[in-house]
Design a binder for this molecule. Sequence first.
Ligand SMILES: C[S@@+](CC[C@H](N)C(=O)[O-])C[C@H]1O[C@@H](n2cnc3c(N)ncnc32)[C@H](O)[C@@H]1O
Length: 221
Amino acid sequence: MSFKYKNSNVQNIIEALQRANNPKIANIKYNLLASEQKIFRQQFENKKILVAGSGLGQDSLKLARFNEHVTGIEKFKELVEYAQKFQRQLGVANVSFLQQDFMSTSFTDLSFDISVLNMGTICNFSMNDQKKIFTEMMRISKTFYFSFYLAGHYHTEQRLQMYQQEWDHILTVKEFCISNDLGFGSTGISPEDLKQMSYDLGYSICFLPLNEFSMMGCLTS
Ligand SMILES: C[S@@+](CC[C@H](N)C(=O)[O-])C[C@H]1O[C@@H](n2cnc3c(N)ncnc32)[C@H](O)[C@@H]1O
């Protein structure tokens, strides 16, 4: 199942991202985001980074502290403007926020050392779209890091607890898919399926542990 990021939902996306970055409301998601940053810090530095789906700009601005330059791309103009305002407030120079679709960007081949898709965003997309994202990220960067939620009943139960902290909206669980009444949600993925998908596309993949219900995938050519 895939979830649509629609223009009509921009305000909901802004509110959800604000809540996700607030440890007083959503400490499970907040700790997960901290674990993502810890992995990034251990894996690379002084690189040219592309952040796919930069949202409010939080992860791009953190990555900018230890990298040469970060380009954050985002589907919605309102979010790009929000992130740019945040950047100005912090006085960070080595970040650019642009409005672009991460399935089909305007960048030339291998423009970046690293691309990043965080917060389990890959789990919002159908397998077909996941393949498109892999292909585009591997076209424009040498290495692609993406966090994902694990399939399985125990992992889904843990992810449900995370969403219960973040969302006021009614949640529905169907096997490994959790959605709310606004149409947002995610579907857990098994590492075996990702391995098969990477193999089919001609990439190598490895996995790094994040927390009890999610992992970081790392794709290379
Ligand atoms: C879960 S959020 C991650 C936000 C951000 N990286 C952070 O750490 O705060 C996913 C973001 O991807 C954006 N997005 C979804 N589909 C997109 C697409 N096709 N192209 C660009 N951005 C997209 C959404 O609008 C949302 O801001």
